[in-house]
Design a protein around this ligand. Sequence first.
Ligand code: AGP
Length: 612
Amino acid sequence: MCGIVAYTGPREAYPVILKGLKRLEYRGYDSAGVALSEEAGIAVHKKKGKVSQLEESLIGKPLNAQSGIGHTRWATHGEPSDRNAHPHRSSNGKLALVHNGIIENFASLKRELVNKGYSFESDTDTEVLLKFIEDIYNHQSESLEEAVRIALRRVVGAYVIILLNEEDPGTLIAARKGSPLVIGIGKGEHFLASDASPIIEYTKEVVYINDYEMAIVKPDELILKNLGNDKVTPFITQLDMELAAIEKGGFEHFMLKEIFEQPTTVFDCLRGRLDAKEGTITMGGVDPHLDKLTNASRIIMLACGTSWHAGLVAEYVFEELCRIPVEVEYASEFRYRNPVVREGDIILAISQSGETADTLVAMDMAKKHGAFLFGVVNVVGSSISRMSNAGAYTHAGPEIGVASTKAFTAQLAVLMMIAIKVAYAKGTIDQKRYLHLIGELDAVPGKIETILESKERIQKTAERYKDARDFLYLGRGYNFPIALEGALKLKEISYIHAEGYPAAEMKHGPIALVEETLPVVFVATKDAYHEKILSNAQEIKARKGKVIAVISEGDDAFAFLADETLPVPAADELIAPLLTVIPLQLLAYYIGNAKGLDVDKPRNLAKSVTVE
Ligand code: AGP
């Protein structure tokens, strides 16, 4: 959940590391720190708060070094503070370490070390790991590399660690299990980071490090080994992303930029796959496994957060079109619930980052029960994509804003293409419906463009309701998961308490909350449920609740009833979630922005949740 950056080579290390930490700040922003191999030895600088606060505190300080490590933290063990910030230093001061992950058996290791006379500056599991390595280095092993290998064989948990050694200033020792690490290969220099965004401006040649691998990195040498001390040949891949993709491009926030990118990202997601002219859907990751998918006895969607909402929309779509039973599982619950997983079950794991620990461990568990793993992932080369038997990338490009927006609509587009393709292959839909749905999907980018043109209207609605204490979001059918997603976006970005509900559930309790200061957002485009949800809205109006409604253009009945309407172009009800979510993303953004909050880095959140 933290962001890690390191460098060794001829450049000044500090500016490279600092810029990298700023790029990774969406992964965690409780504290930040760097350790540099300076002439006089290792210098450690760390501070509670954002990277900018660390930068400020170092202005004017001599920071000359050609190698170093850096960290931006999302606190797990030990509250956000200067002393719990990374990097941590060894007792003799000669080693420094940054870590992303959780050492689950740190308490027992700490007891062992305390009995040996070690003391600790911080409350972190990371400092325990460092002093555990130091102890082995001092008493058991010749080399630091060997000490790290011995220590990691005794560690339980997830980690990416990078070590700096005063006795060997240009050499970095890194290792990975469960958390992401990528190494950028330059000319006479190497860049290490949690993802490629700090590396892209220097090189496009990268190596993704696998679980249980260690890297010994020098300016002009990269050696990979496993924990058994066997050499591993680095597999070099070319990054296919541009620097511009990770810049704000004139928008005030990444979230707003990413919302406005959706006509392009949905188009990119469909491009080369959906051909409306030919009436075909071609998906390289699906076609070879079409038999498996059409004969699936059950599909289990595994995901968390917004990706889970995409899975819920897909449940409605797959059951409607493919007539395959679908279960949508919170990965964290599925992992520990001892679920029934049978041969023939297809696991559809959905994730933007591809690094969400809950989803990874749930997939691993399902794999052990013989399930086929199909990944729907945005980050190329991520752990979930590499664990999957097959998959489809969502091609939404890097998503920097912590609140997921463009990745969500790309997930919906991919899941819908798979469902339409499987249904047609299975014969559960005829060619007329198949071509109709292809046409509907093909029209989505243009319709999103139209919705984005109404941003002022949505901003005015946001201004009027930004001081509300609570919100309710209601939807039925395909729009029910969108009500959940709208509520999640508002919670994440504005810190206003918001709940999403199936509209008909209101009568069974939540309607007690309704009174004139409660805005109730209806996701109510024209569909089979329209009459029903209209009467649900009347029930709210009858109790003086404020109705904000996402409706189909020209829906006079709802326009007459609602206090505010956010119209979207007409679309097939099955495709509508790709449109109805857009006004809700903007509503949350404008409310959060009107409240002066950091919408790209909301409190207590991180972009990729790499710990259970
Ligand atoms: C959504 O805005 C949040 N960032 C969060 O709920 C996210 O969807 C969840 O953590 C899952 O992440 P993933 O898609 O990267 O697996």
